[in-house]
Design a protein around this ligand. Structure first.
Ligand SMILES: [Mg+2]
Length: 395
């Protein structure tokens, strides 16, 4: 069967939201006083934008086939990512068969290994990989989930991450994950406020609704254990990303020391099969949470997911919008999924990458039918109103 070859690769930057959902202006719950590793410095405590959480911005990648079909991928790597795509990675794509996804991934990863391995380089590789899966799906006229083996259930169910789990419950979600607001630098007073917040939310949502705390790498081991112990009374389902992603030893210790029944989750800032192998073999957590845009894309997620399955662990991706939905629906060890509430007050469901993409499916009553994903590729397109900038156009 003749498969078109790749004739062009283009990398654009976008400001003002999209894949980089921290790139916001004005009040947004996601930028409010939230516990972070930088909150030990008082001047960076009130806002995450103050220490530069929004510096990268969104990266948009288009991979065009010889028949004119265009695959689209978006991620968080901004202008640095655009440089890597146009100056380095494009050589592994131009002139190649669209079906060479595995080989292209391998070449992108090992060609950048001397300056890459994780972080912004793997974010960029993820974006290119997503664009390739989108392109292959479009050329075959099939959704990406069909390329991955097809759905194992009829619908997805969602929990919502945001400041208002009480509203998430009314919207039909199965749970709500709160950002932890106060870190160790705010002492016992901060810890008390964290527990009061959880208690207040529990009183609003009743006993059966899942409540979780996302700690965004902000805590130390001792604080994490104290928080977990105090939160048990209020039925905290899981405690997420308490420690630095480099502290595998701390996570293993934490998992041994949380109250029975409480889950430890992490991995949104981890990358590749090798990073997740550390988390799994060191028994660092109960659920791994790779972000499809950051972990290495769909090609690497297949391996990460299989590793988790073999270890008897759940793999529930961090955010990742439609890129996550197409994967989660094909795997039994991904029984539910996350949506990050991108509305500033977390009071309505918006598409994950709004306003960048059009045709993004959104959960209704906290659920999404598999049929909502039945479009070629990932089924999304760029919003023509969004201004793209191409900083490193190929000569
Ligand atoms: Mg998180």
């Amino acid at each position: 069967m003749a498969m078109p070859t790749i004739k062009a690769v283009r990398a654009y930057t976008v400001r003002g939201g999209g894949a980089d959902y921290h790139d916001t202006q004005g009040y947004h719950w996601i930028d409010d006083h939230i516990a972070t590793p930088m909150a030990r410095y008082e001047e960076y405590r009130q806002s995450r934008r103050s220490f530069g959480i929004n510096v990268l911005g969104t990266l948009v990648i288009e991979v065009e086939a010889s028949d004119g079909t265009v695959g689209l991928g978006v991620t968080t790597a901004g202008e640095i990512g655009a440089f890597i795509v146009e100056k380095h990675l494009s050589r592994f794509l131009i002139g190649r068969q669209v079906t060479e996804i595995e080989k292209i991934w391998d070449q992108m990863y090992f060609a950048t290994q001397f300056y890459g391995r994780k972080g912004v380089v793997v974010n960029t590789i993820s974006g290119v990989d997503i664009a390739l899966w989108d392109l292959l799906g479009k050329l075959r006229g099939e959704p990406v989930h069909a390329l991955l083996g097809g759905p194992v259930r009829d619908e997805l169910q969602f929990y919502a991450t945001g400041a208002r789990p009480d509203l998430a419950k009314e919207m039909g979600f199965i749970g709500g994950k709160l950002p932890l607001l106060h870190g160790p630098a705010e002492g016992d007073e901060g810890l008390k406020k964290n527990i009061e917040k959880l208690a207040d939310m529990r009183s609003k949502v009743g006993d059966d609704f899942w409540l979780m705390y996302d700690c965004w790498m902000s805590l130390d081991l001792n604080y994490s254990i104290k928080l977990a112990q105090k939160a048990q009374e209020f039925g905290l389902k899981w405690i997420e990303e308490c420690l630095s992603p480099d502290d595998y030893w701390g996570y293993a210790d934490l998992k041994r020391n949380v109250p029975k029944g409480m889950l430890v989750t992490t991995g949104e800032h981890e990358a590749t099969r090798w990073g997740f192998r550390m988390l799994l073999e060191m028994d660092c957590c109960d659920i791994i949470q790779p972000d499809v845009n950051w972990c290495g894309g769909i090609t690497e997620l297949i391996k990460i997911s299989a590793l988790a399955d073999a270890h008897g662990k759940l793999m529930v991706p961090h955010g990742s919008g439609v890129y996550s939905y197409h994967f989660v629906i094909t795997r039994h060890n991904s029984p539910f999924t996350e949506i990050i509430m991108s509305a500033p007050n977390a009071d309505e469901v918006r598409p994950a990458f709004s306003p960048l993409l059009l045709d993004e499916p959104v959960p209704v009553n906290g659920r999404m039918k598999a049929s909502a994903l039945d479009k070629p590729g990932f089924g999304v397109r760029l919003n023509p109103e969004v201004k793209l900038h191409r900083p490193y156009a190929a000569a």
